[in-house]
Design a protein around this ligand. Structure first.
Ligand code: AGP
Length: 608
């Protein structure tokens, strides 16, 4: 999604803004720009394409000034062209704005302004907004922005500057995250912490409906009506290095290899071995409330929806609570049966996915208790749910989610364990699950050590036009996740299916070009999956088997076999998914794809 960064203080702003935009590149974008108040007025520089295009423009003449705003745009209204790039200015070109989100009533406002003689240079809703602010400007940028925002519908993260007020940045948030960076005599605004970390770790998270007024002497938070709100200053835990690639070729590879550590960071402090249960006080659910729950809905998007499906198996198997998994984009517009005895779990790495946020809000409106399994601390979903568990997986920069997925499954295991031990899971069964959870980091490392083997396997399928991923039981969602990984970074069409479903259609696709990946840990349905492998092999398909032991029978059936460590059946997707992540990564790299920023994708989909 779009990236926002702003600066006001004693230092030259332009360099700070460009470096900040570089830290925001991972969000996915297609144009970039900055605006600086340079003493003679506003200086705007912007360019379609990657940040390097803007840097070429700036190479010979960097704007001079100590206040400015910068933006990376992921096109929603209007093509990714230079005229549509942000910042945009008002009719008199004295006020500049950068924006993340969508102004839903921009069309009607544009018509009204055109009738008043306004002319526009872009197709964007953002330019309409800054013209509206200019229309209301009567000497106070803050008041003009507040007045204009009372007129608009939609979602926004905004920052304004004006050549008439060269010491003020006015920022506002509704639906798109914004935070204030509190430096030493200098202040920042940004859409997430990454551009701030080299300057300050002290941040203030804005909530929906709030504005921040930044000057050289300090900052003030208000909403559209009042003139001051007190907010806590938070400390960011992540080091900048944590966001850098750390020597790996891509962020995605770094994050795949971080999983022994990230998974342990999710579990750390939550496992109570003696009682055979988990500590999940962050859920803000008493044991009594947990016992009274009569159903659970888990809602999410994409990879997070896949971990939700695994959560369904865990919670129903262990805690015997009925669970439904819903795409957030569907749940938010349905008329779901939800009440105070329903627990709604929202799963989101970013904590900003618009559909998941809307689904959570809808559930709260209907009286359900809501909890979030979220990675980004202080994100909107994390702050709007009634309780939750932070994944503590560290920043996930690659657009394709990897470590967040395994941490989500681990967090779901913690929830299922707590709920189950309050119902009908014995202390010994609980301790057994804890033992398997504690072994997972080492098991993941064992698989990661086989990366060269997986890279060689990927080499054989770089040209495959299609791929199938098949699993049964709790590994069916893992098959879906493996398919999503391959399709979203290598652009090979891939589908995941329950292995038994193959006979109901997909088997028609099988030919010698088709790799069929089977997830077949030694569980209750293992023999049935072997039969499915036989069916594929008999039709000339290429079988790739992820199993616990490449024994003679598997070797007979599979063209390639990878053994992974044994773990608790319900935890096996955390292990079966690792080879699939690496397989997708190596295929995509060999196909020359942009692994960290795949075409058309964004790391956090904060618009519908
Ligand atoms: C996963 O690889 C994708 N990038 C995407 O499906 C992602 O999982 C989805 O957009 C949900 O994001 P969230 O977890 O941040 O809510």
């Amino acid at each position: 999604m779009c990236g926002i960064v702003g600066y006001v203080g004693p230092r030259e702003a332009a360099g700070i803004l460009v470096e900040g935009l570089r830290r925001l590149e991972y969000r996915g974008y297609d144009s970039a720009g900055i605006a600086v108040v340079n003493g003679n007025g506003l200086e705007i520089r912007k360019a379609a394409g990657k940040l390097s295009s803007l840097e070429q423009q700036l190479a010979n003449a960097m704007p001079h000034g100590t206040i400015g705003i910068g933006h990376t745009r992921w096109a929603t209204h209007g093509a990714p062209t230079t005229p549509n790039a942000h910042p945009h200015t008002d009719q008199n070109e004295r006020i500049a704005v950068i924006h993340n989100g969508i102004i839903e009533n921009a069309g009607s406002i544009r018509k009204m302004l055109e009738q008043r003689g306004h002319s526009f240079h872009s197709d964007t809703d953002t330019e309409v907004l800054v013209h509206l602010v200019g229309e209301f400007y009567q000497g106070s940028l803050e008041e003009a922005v507040a007045t204009a925002l009372r007129e608009v519908d939609g979602a926004y993260g905004l920052a304004f500057i004006s050549e008439d007020e060269p010491d003020v940045i006015v920022a506002a948030r509704k639906g798109s995250p914004l935070l204030v960076g509190v430096g030493e005599g200098e202040y920042f605004i940004a859409s997430d912490a990454s551009p701030l970390l080299e300057h300050t770790r002290s941040v203030v998270y804005l909530d929906d409906g709030e504005m921040a007024i930044l000057t050289r002497d300090g900052y003030r938070i208000r909403n559209l009506e009042t003139d001051r709100i007190e907010k806590p200053v938070n400390q960011i835990e992540w080091d900048l290095a944590a966001v850098e690639r750390g020597g790996y070729a891509h962020f995605m590879l770094k994050e795949i290899f971080e999983q022994p550590e990230s998974l342990w960071n999710t579990l750390r402090g939550h496992l109570l071995e003696d009682e055979g249960t988990s500590r999940v006080t962050g859920l803000n659910l008493s044991d009594e409330q947990i016992k009274q729950l009569d159903r659970i809905v888990i809602t999410a998007c994409g990879t997070s929806w896949h971990s939700a499906l695994i959560g369904e198996y865990m919670l129903e198997e262990l805690a015997r609570i009925p669970v439904e998994v819903e795409y957030a984009s569907e749940f938010r517009y349905r008329n779901p049966v939800v009440d105070e005895r329903t627990l709604v779990i929202g799963i989101s790495q970013s904590g900003e996915t618009a559909d998941t946020l809307a689904a959570i809000r809808e559930a709260k409106l209907r009286g359900a208790r809501t909890i979030g399994l979220v990675n980004v601390v202080g994100s909107t979903i994390a702050r709007e749910v009634d309780g939750g568990i932070y994944l503590h997986a560290g920043p996930e920069v690659g657009v394709a989610s990897t470590k967040a997925f395994t941490s989500q499954v681990a967090a779901l295991a913690l929830v299922a364990l707590r709920f189950a031990r309050l119902r009908n899971l014995s202390i010994l069964q609980g301790r057994d699950l804890i033992k398997h959870l504690q072994e997972l980091p080492a098991h993941i490392q064992t698989i990661l050590d086989k990366a060269p083997e997986i890279e060689a396997l990927a080499e054989r399928f770089v040209r495959a036009p299609n791929a199938l991923f098949l699993g049964r039981g709790v590994n069916f969602p893992a098959a879906l996740e493996g398919a999503l990984k391959l399709k979203e970074i290598s652009y090979i069409h891939a589908e995941g299916y329950p292995a038994a479903e193959m006979k109901h259609g997909p088997i028609a696709l099988i030919d010698e070009m088709m790799p069929v990946v089977f997830l077949a840990p030694n569980d209750a349905v293992y023999q049935k999956v072997l039969s499915n492998m036989e069916e594929v092999r008999a039709r000339g398909g290429k079988v790739i088997a992820i199993v616990n032991e490449c024994d003679a029978e598997v070797e007979r059936l599979a063209n390639a076999c990878m053994a992974i460590p044994v773990t608790h059946e319900l935890l096996s997707p955390i292990l079966t998914v690792i080879p699939l992540q690496l397989f997708a990564y190596y295929v995509a790299v060999r196909r020359g794809c942009n692994v960290d920023q795949p075409r058309n994708l964004a790391k956090s989909v904060t618009v519908e």
